[in-house]
Design a protein around this ligand. Structure first.
Ligand code: AMP
Length: 192
């Protein structure tokens, strides 16, 4: 099996975290979710977690140097050898460039970007209904994260859309099962 490195892209609440979890379990890939990694550091009160906290609690991006350093370390773990799903990363142009460079160092490159398309109103409703107890799932912070998504798209997607056939859209308004069927076959095409 060749390594499969895939980025999941979409607004908060599009369901990419849920899909990433299922895909990584089925295909034995690493799930590299920067939001979850930050929350784990925060829970363990590591210095990195405490640094990230002030940015996360107001829905701001954690600085690139911290975020990229954390991804670099995560990519060195054994489970990332077979490949990884990037969820919530990259979110800036500098992160996108760093990801290309990190993968190139490993002799790898991104196989695909799966673009979870969903209208902002649906994302907003899902986030408001979410019961995970996340500190940043408060209405005013949700609004900021949704607004910021457009800027994140402008920062990273032109880079990938310029590469013919790299970005594949999935209709993320449907059920988890229906979305997964599409996601699964797209991921399979990278793994095979
Ligand atoms: P998420 O779980 O992806 O919604 O991320 C939760 C929060 O973690 C974000 O609102 C940011 O504060 C921070 N975060 C996650 N990923 C990144 C990233 N790639 N760059 C900067 N900050 C991030």
């Amino acid at each position: 099996m060749s390594s499969a490195f895939i980025m999941f892209f979409g607004p908060p609440g599009c369901g990419k975290g849920t899909q990433a979890k299922r895909v990584t379990e089925e295909f034995g890939l690493a799930q590299i979710s920067t939001g979850e990694l930050f929350r784990k550091h925060l829970g363990e009160k590591t210095p990195l977690g405490l640094q990230a906290q002030e940015f996360m609690s107001r829905g701001a991006l954690v600085p690139d140097s911290i975020t990229i350093g954390m991804v670099r370390e995560r990519l060195q773990e054994a489970d990332a050898k077979a490949g990884a799903i990037f969820d919530g990363f990259p979110r800036t142009q500098a992160q996108a460039e760093a990801l290309d460079a990190l993968l190139a160092e490993m002799g790898e490159k991104l196989c695909m970007i799966i673009d979870f398309s969903v209208p902002l109103e649906i994302s907003r409703d899902r986030l408001l209904a979410r019961q995970e107890g996340r500190a940043d799932d408060k209405p005013e912070v949700i609004e900021k994260r949704l607004n910021d998504h457009a800027a994140i798209e402008d920062a990273v997607m032109p880079h990938y859309r310029a590469q013919q056939g790299l970005v594949r859209a999935v209709d993320a308004t449907r059920s988890i099962e229906a979305i997964y069927e599409d996601v699964r076959s797209l991921v399979k095409s990278c793994v095979d």
